[in-house]
Design a protein around this ligand. Structure first.
Ligand code: NAP
Length: 264
């Protein structure tokens, strides 16, 4: 099997990356950074997000598994002390594949015919560089509301424990193919009104954001951020593609939520 190991770049993660690479090579597996069948990330959820984006064009042929060298991760759910156990699993046992839904984001500009498509594993956020974001929110082709406020966050189920959670969004089980829209400080008074609650949309429901003021936007896709000018619309829906994780043992999602946020 072809594998590659990526690291967050700190000393601990780099050392562990070397050890895992040597072990797997000794077991007869082939290191292949270009076309790996399994990507082992060492660091945290951020490291796995980066690896996902690096290999986003070959998601059908790639599985991810993450080791965390910091606090418990959601994607990176193996402890550094379990690395040897994981290596033996990878080398000796066939693994189960678990798929999580992704978010498709299509950005269109007023002055461009071409649209730009992105995939997010956690979320897409839309803010302005200056002043409030004012945009129409269409759901399934119908105007739902005009949003005014700091911004909007559209997250995947597995991203619901990240930025979305900080915004008061619900935690969603990743088996629910859906996306969640949560507000960032919406302006609500007698004149301006938004729903005020996070919305969870099923697969094939589209959310279209149409900015009403001509301001520079900050659009983030997971850890990457871009500045957008003359944005005509940002369309979000559950992507056709999925991210695939290699599972060697059960570690239920709710257990990860409990261990991360509730404690023992
Ligand atoms: P970062 O700012 O260095 O770290 C953000 C934190 O979010 C890290 O502790 C990371 O875990 C954790 N995280 C990432 N994905 C998660 C998930 N699905 N569930 C629970 N926690 C998660 O940025 P980064 O490491 O490049 O990650 C980018 C992500 O940061 C974005 O996708 C966004 O979700 C999140 N973010 C959160 C807030 C907020 O909560 N207010 C604000 C901005 C961005 P590790 O330490 O294990 O890497």
């Amino acid at each position: 099997m072809r594998f590659t190991v990526t690291s967050r770049g700190d000393e601990t993660s780099n050392t562990l990356k070397k050890t895992i690479t040597n072990y797997l090579t000794d077991f007869g597996l082939t290191e292949n950074e270009k076309e790996p069948e399994i990507v082992i990330t060492v660091g945290g959820d951020g490291t796995l997000l980066q690896a996902f984006h690096h290999y986003h064009e070959r998601l059908d042929d790639t599985c991810f598994v993450g080791i965390h060298t910091g606090h418990l991760g959601f994607y990176a759910d193996w402890k550094a002390s379990e690395a040897e156990k994981l290596v033996i699993h990878i080398a000796k046992t066939p693994f189960q594949v678990v798929e999580y839904p992704l978010l498709e984001v299509v950005v269109r500009h007023h002055n461009e015919k071409k649209s730009h498509r992105h995939l997010a594993m956690n979320e897409c956020t839309i803010k302005t560089l200056e002043g409030s974001l004012v945009c129409n929110v269409d759901i399934k082709g119908e105007k739902f509301e005009t949003f005014r406020g700091d911004g909007l966050c559209i997250s995947t189920p597995s991203g619901s424990t990240a930025y979305n959670k900080a915004l008061g969004g619900a935690i969603l089980h990743p088996s629910l193919a859906s996306m969640q829209i949560s507000e960032m400080a919406s302006i609500n008074n007698r004149v301006y009104r938004t729903v005020g609650s996070p919305l969870i949309l099923p697969q094939h429901h589209t959310c279209l954001l149409k900015p009403l003021n001509e301001v520079d936007m900050q659009i983030t896709i997971d850890h990457t951020s871009m500045v957008g000018q003359h944005i005509k619309s940002i369309q979000c829906r559950v992507a056709e593609e999925k991210v695939r994780f290699a599972r060697f043992r059960p570690f239920p999602f709710w257990k990860r939520v409990k261990e991360s946020f509730v404690g023992e």
